[in-house]
Each structure stands twice: as structure tokens, then as C-alpha cells.
Design a protein around this ligand. Structure first.
Ligand code: AMP
Length: 428
């Protein structure tokens, strides 16, 4: 049997592939990343990238030992039969902050705005919209605690989905407070859930010991029923004065700018490093549990990774999720332009000439040619199929005079163009 790709992964495919899906379209990925790049670079973000694997410690300390990601979703890297102490990165933030510390980026003017994109890896159960290798676009800002930076980050995330043409999207905004606030909240949750311990899923019993807030994020329906029955107070009720003031300012900016959002007291986010502002971007047709993206402030993360105290905030989109949402809204990824010129030889001996001319013209233009001799009718049909702007056929006559009859495919208009002038002709 022919070999298969690993479960839960996708090949990113060229247009027209028989098994093509919206989320596996290479052009779709390029489009989403290109649109995000435009929005983020116009806001002053610089591109950077980190390796696809990191020391396990970066992920354990960064993402947090009580998260599903660290407890059961990490891909460990073995080489030459040995456990290298590395894992494939499950997300982008902890690696960026690791790189920020290691490369002394603190010396750059703050706040430093960065963006990145690439594959992320989580050994999750295979489901629609949930893959073991998926792709994210990440935006991160380091070096500021200003709530204006939070509001700008959220507004940029919304700007990206708008620029993609998506409409059914909403921001669910929350705050998970400062560490002291979370301690008080966890103490409250511990008291509430301890008498119900036996009714919790095995995972959540574990969460009760390590980090009770995680229970609220549980994927188990049983847990969610119990949570609903207990009328659990939200984290927002436990915010300290400073975190509350910060949260109010963020909302004030968003309202002033007309960025639509709703406060959702249930936002807890699946990663341990968040602090204060946290949000998710949901799509009407993808389901409540499947966010398009999420983000939050992570002021404690740099110190957690052994670096100097550095506040930070960031977000990540799932590229596949965005493509699924676009498909559901009937949005079509624009086709790239076809060739400026399609050339074909009418007889075998002129094929090398056609190839040479095409390759020379490619210094400036998208030019394609036929590998075998073609009759003019077939050549123009092929040029149409490729959506070429111009087409020309080369026979012994054209080869001898060095002048091509170039046909504009849309209008049918023809012009005689010497080979030496073809580049200039295509440029105008
Ligand atoms: P997270 O880092 O968990 O906050 O995830 C950020 C975004 O990445 C999510 O909102 C999803 O859009 C996307 N994402 C996370 N996990 C997966 C996955 N297993 N497959 C596809 N997309 C994912």
C-alpha cells in the first residue's frame, strides 16, 4: 500500500487537487498569512521565527504543568534512539519569549511588536478543525503593561478577520486577574469542588489538586454539567483593584474604537501563563468550543523562563480554522494571476527557442511555454486554460524573422513584436 501521512496532519495542496479542502489549500494558507502580515506590519510588527522544536522545559515552564498540552499532548523528539529532551512546539508564545530573553531583545526599543507564523504540534484526538500539526499566526508585544497595548492587540486581531472578509466573528473578553486574584479564586474553587471530588472526571480530580481553574476549561460534558449545577462564580468576581481598573480601560478603548466585543466571565484560556486580559475569537458556525483564535497578557512568562521581568501580551490564530470559517461564509480565495505570456512552438525544432525566450523573459514576468510542439488552435486553448494575458506561437517563419505575432486573449487583438522588444511589451 502507498505510504500515508501521519494521522491528524494535512498536506497543503496546490489548486485543483482532487482531495483539496479549504483548510488544506496552500493558496488559502498563503492568503491568510499574507493578509495577516499586511495588517500586522502596518501596525509596526516585525517578523521573527523560532525553531520548530524547543527544550521541553521551555514548554513545561512556559505553557504550564497543569495544562492538557503539557500533560498529554506533547510530541517528544528522539534522535538516534535517544530522548533529546526536546519537544515539537505546541504554540508560539513561550518560544518567542525564550528567544527574546536569549537574544537580548530587551535592548530594543519597547514595546517591541513581533509576529510569526508556522506549524504547531499537539497530540490531540483527531477531530474536525483539530489537528496534530496545525498552523498559527502569532502577534506578540513585549515590554509594556499599558492597557492601550491590550486594546490595540485585540483590535488588530479583529482587523485581520475583517480583512479576510469574515463577518460572523465575535470577541469574548475576560480577565483572569493577577496571580493573587487567581490564588483567591483557586481557593474558592477548591472549597467548592472538594466535596464533589468523586463526581469529577479523573483529569479534573487532578486539576483540583494542581490548578482548580483548569476544571472550568474541561472538555468533559460530565464536568461541565457539574459546573453548571454548582453555579460557580466567575473569575471576574475575584479581580483585585488594579486588574479591574486595567480591564475597564481596555474595554473603554474598544468601545471608543467601535471594536465589537462581549464580556464573557467564563474565559479562562487553556494556557497557564496568562494574566489579566484574556480573550477568544469565536465564529458563529464553528461551535463554542472551537475558537478561531485567542490571546492574553502574560506579564509573568519571561521571569518564569528565567529572564528579566518583562510584561507581554499576544494572540494566535489557527490558520486552518480561519480557512474553515471562510469556507462556511462562502468566501473565495482570490486566484493568483495567470501568466503574462504563453508561448508554444508549432514544430519540434523550435521548442528550444521558445523555452529560451520564455526563460529570459522570466527575469521580469510570469511566462510559461509548451514542452511539445502544438497547433495554434490547441496552443491558444491551452493559454486560455492557464488564464494567460497574451499568447504567441512560433513557427519557422517567426524563428527566421525574430518577430512574434502576440495575441491578447481577452480582446483577440494582435500585435507584431520583435523578440528583443517582448520584455518591454509585457511590462507596459
Ligand atoms: P491556543 O494556543 O490553544 O490558544 O490556540 C490558538 C488557536 O490555535 C486556537 O484558537 C485555534 O484556532 C488554533 N488551534 C489550537 N489547537 C489546534 C489544533 N489542534 N488544530 C487546529 N487548530 C488549533
Amino acid at each position: 500500500m502507498a505510504l500515508q501521512r501521519p494521522q491528524g496532519t494535512n498536506d497543503l495542496l496546490p489548486s485543483g487537487s482532487p482531495t483539496l479542502k479549504a483548510f488544506s489549500s496552500a493558496r488559502g494558507h498563503e492568503h491568510v498569512i499574507g493578509v495577516a502580515r499586511g495588517v500586522l506590519e502596518r501596525a509596526g510588527a516585525q517578523f521573527m521565527a523560532t525553531p520548530m522544536f524547543e527544550e521541553a522545559e521551555v514548554v513545561k515552564r512556559g505553557v504550564g504543568g497543569s495544562t492538557d498540552i503539557v500533560r498529554k499532548e506533547m510530541f517528544t523528539v528522539f534522535y538516534q534512539g535517544e530522548h533529546g529532551g526536546y519537544v515539537l512546539r505546541p504554540e508560539g508564545t513561550a518560544p518567542i519569549v525564550r528567544a527574546y530573553i536569549q537574544n537580548g531583545l530587551k535592548q530594543l526599543p519597547a514595546p517591541l511588536k513581533l509576529w510569526t507564523t508556522g506549524a504547531m504540534f499537539r497530540a490531540e484526538r483527531n477531530q474536525q478543525g483539530r489537528y496534530r500539526q496545525f498552523h498559527q499566526v502569532d502577534y506578540e508585544v513585549l515590554g509594556s503593561t499599558d492597557p492601550l497595548v491590550d486594546a490595540e492587540a485585540i483590535a488588530l486581531m479583529v482587523r485581520v478577520v475583517e480583512a479576510l472578509g469574515l463577518t460572523g466573528v465575535g470577541v469574548k473578553l475576560g480577565s483572569i486577574g493577577d496571580p493573587e486574584d487567581r490564588e483567591r479564586y483557586n481557593a474558592y474553587l477548591r472549597e467548592l469542588f472538594t466535596p464533589e471530588r468523586e463526581r469529577l472526571s479523573g483529569d479534573s480530580q487532578d486539576r483540583l489538586d494542581r490548578n482548580p481553574m483548569r476544571i472550568l476549561d474541561s472538555k468533559s460534558d460530565e464536568d461541565q454539567r457539574l459546573i453548571a449545577g454548582l453555579h460557580v462564580q466567575p473569575m471576574l468576581a475575584f479581580l483585585g483593584e488594579e486588574a479591574r481598573a486595567h480591564f475597564e480601560v481596555v474595554q473603554g478603548y474598544l468601545r471608543a474604537w467601535g471594536v465589537p466585543f462581549e464580556v464573557d466571565p467564563s474565559i479562562v484560556r487553556g494556557l497557564d501563563y496568562y494574566r489579566r486580559t484574556a480573550w477568544e475569537l469565536h465564529h458563529a458556525h464553528i461551535g463554542a468550543k472551537s475558537a478561531l483564535g485567542g490571546g492574553g497578557r502574560y506579564d509573568g512568562l519571561a521571569a518564569q523562563l528565567g529572564g528579566p521581568e518583562t510584561p507581554g501580551i499576544g494572540w494566535a490564530f489557527g490558520v486552518e480554522r480561519l480557512l474553515i470559517a471562510m469556507e462556511q461564509e462562502g468566501l473565495v480565495i482570490p486566484e493568483p494571476d495567470g501568466p503574462a505570456l504563453f508561448l508554444a512552438a508549432m514544430d519540434a525544432e523550435n521548442v528550444p527557442l521558445v523555452a529560451r525566450v520564455a526563460m529570459e523573459l522570466r527575469a521580469d514576468a510570469h511566462v510559461e511555454f509548451a514542452y511539445r510542439a502544438m497547433k495554434p488552435g490547441a496552443a491558444f486553448k491551452e493559454a486560455d486554460r492557464k488564464r494567460a494575458r497574451y499568447a504567441a506561437v512560433v513557427g519557422s517563419n517567426e524563428a527566421a524573422t525574430g518577430v512574434l505575432r502576440v495575441k491578447a486573449l481577452a480582446s483577440g487583438a494582435q500585435a507584431d513584436v520583435p523578440l528583443a522588444d517582448l520584455a518591454a511589451f509585457l511590462a507596459q
